[in-house]
Design a protein around this ligand. Structure first.
Ligand code: ATP
Ligand code: MG
Length: 248
């Protein structure tokens, strides 16, 4: 009989794996969405850091927004030394942030209807470290290049399919606009992802906000359907599986 059990990729983020039957299904595309400042970049980098340090899974960080220097500095605050991972061959960073001149040139070369150049760059990094986890932070930033939502959907789909073809797990981040639907492409990304994690930082009174996390969908998994308390501590993101967010 065939073995249909799902191999799980642990995030190693305290409390989170309990909500998702132990981890994300291996080889799937997962979307981490939320408004600005909800912790998407931290969660994504914690996923890569834990993968390399705890689970022997090298990773690739594709950064389209923040510079690697800024990300390294921020993660160091949580005791996560990304430079050390790079030195050990456990992490490769594709710097496509606007701060990088070369990135601008390269990005400018892409025809507005095709992401194959981006896929090629990412796959070079994947090969270099034999990556099992890949983070793209954030894909939404590319959306303005596309005039048609149908083409955008198709290109995002091809990109995810190519990157996960050999079994690596892909985590995308997506910014949900603060007001209305705006130019958000969340629905397209959510459609192509087999899992969607939403981060919140909601106002619960005039003077305070409360962070929380929701597993909106996770195909093939009996995941939590509650909204759980989350905090950003000195060790990074932590989730309280037994604690339901006061804001919800
Ligand atoms: N050392 C820290 N300790 C506690 N909280 C922190 C620390 N560093 C950052 N934060 C919180 O995390 C937030 C930033 O998280 P992150 O960069 O992951 O958000 P994001 O969802 O990626 O935002 P954006 O959409 O702007 O990219 C900060 O606004 C701050 O509230
Ligand atoms: Mg971010």
């Amino acid at each position: 009989m065939s073995d249909y059990s799902i191999d799980r990729v642990k995030t190693g983020i305290p409390g989170l794996d309990e909500l998702i039957e132990g981890g994300f299904p291996r080889g799937d595309t997962i979307l981490v969405a939320g408004k600005a400042g909800t912790g998407k970049t931290i969660l994504a980098n914690q996923f890569l850091y834990n993968g390399a340090i705890l689970y022997d899974e090298p990773g690739v960080l594709v950064t389209l927004e923040e510079s690697p220097v800024a990300i390294k500095r921020n993660m160091m605050r949580f005791g996560m030394d990304l430079d050390d991972l790079v030195k050990k061959g456990l992490l490769s960073i594709a710097d496509l942030s606007p701060s990088k001149e070369i990135a601008r040139v390269k990005m400018g070369e892409y025809p507005s209807f095709d992401l194959s150049g981006l896929v090629a760059i990412i796959m070079n990094h994947v090969k270099k470290v034999k990556a099992k986890r890949i983070v793209i932070d954030t894909l939404s930033i590319l959306a303005y290049k596309f005039r048609s939502r149908d083409i955008l959907r198709e290109e995002f789909f091809k990109l995810a399919a190519n990157i996960t073809r050999e079994g690596a797990t892909l985590l995308l981040t997506s910014e949900i606009p603060a007001q209305g639907s705006g130019l958000g492409v969340f629905d397209i990304e959510a459609f192509l992802a087999s899992g969607v994690v939403v981060l919140y930082n909601e106002k619960i009174s005039d003077t305070s906000r409360s962070r929380s996390v929701e597993i909106l969908k996770l195909r093939g998994s009996k995941h939590s359907s509650r909204i759980h308390s989350m905090r950003i501590t000195d060790e990074g993101i932590r989730v309280w599986p037994g604690e339901i967010s006061p804001g919800h």
